[in-house]
Design a protein around this ligand. Structure first.
Ligand SMILES: [Zn+2]
Length: 257
């Protein structure tokens, strides 16, 4: 059967007999492996469309268990990200993580759109890119239904006080294992303080920032960069959280973010 879909090339792998497999995040089928005998060095239209970081339209031949590439056409190439080392590194990290998270052959239209929006925003961005990656990761957790609990204590549901519309949660802790914020009393009862390093103090603003990440569209982050200390803390929390709850670790590009 011949079919076509838009997709983003996550990566290429060499396969037997000089063939290659492309890990394609397709709009229609979710993540699929597509076989091709084309190589990266080629200059024709289809050869250009199979490079990583490409958003393209692909005509595929599908038989029972396999997809093979008939032809491809670049709709937008983000390959230019490669000219900026910092952008290249964070984009590699996001692509590798997304590749690991996506199950095979399960359409994920919201994550697909999020990834396109991320690449668009990254391309235009001239500030440090960490904040954009954080926004992507938080939104990804939200779509996957694994967002940490941020309104009240995960255990007793006590809500932190609010002042001028902002949470005053500095007595609360954030527990990676429990999956969200924990009030001082429950933290004491569980002796959570002993669970380092999987426990974090919720400094001022952290809850509000995470909620902001969750709610604002990706385009809102083009010009936002958190201060460095806050960025480092949040980065640590979110990476630990993802590795614990989505069982993602050992990424090749891990040190890039
Ligand atoms: Zn509690």
């Amino acid at each position: 059967m011949v079919t076509d879909t838009e997709g983003i090339v996550l990566r290429q792998v060499k396969a037997m007999g000089g063939r290659r497999m492309i890990s394609l995040f397709s709009q229609k089928y979710g993540k699929i492996s597509v076989g091709t005998s084309l190589n990266e060095g080629g200059r024709n239209k289809t050869a250009l469309s199979v490079k990583a970081f490409t958003y393209g339209r692909y005509e595929l031949f599908k038989n029972r268990d396999n997809y093979n590439l008939n032809s491809g056409q670049v709709l937008k190439s983000y390959y230019g990200l490669g000219e900026d080392l910092d952008k290249y590194m964070v984009a590699s990290y996001v692509l590798e993580l997304t590749d690991k998270i996506l199950p095979e052959e399960l359409p994920q239209p919201r994550i697909f759109n999020l990834l396109v929006e991320f690449l668009e925003a990254l391309e235009k961005r001239d500030k440090k890119h960490g904040t954009l990656v954080l926004a992507y990761l938080v939104k990804l957790l939200d779509i996957l239904g694994t967002m940490p609990q941020l309104d009240s204590c995960v255990i007793c549901e006590k809500e932190p006080a609010k002042e001028d519309g902002k949470y005053v949660a500095d007595q609360f802790l954030f527990s990676i294992k429990e999956g969200g914020m924990v009030c001082p009393r429950c933290a004491k009862e569980l002796a959570l303080e002993d669970e380092r390093p999987l426990i974090y103090k919720l400094g001022i603003g952290i809850i509000d920032i995470l909620k902001f990440f969750q709610k604002q569209p990706m385009s809102a982050f083009e010009k936002i960069a958190l201060d460095e200390k806050l960025q480092t803390t949040l980065q640590e929390i979110i990476k630990e959280y993802i590795s614990y709850h989505l069982d993602i670790s050992g990424l090749k590009s891990e040190s890039f973010f």
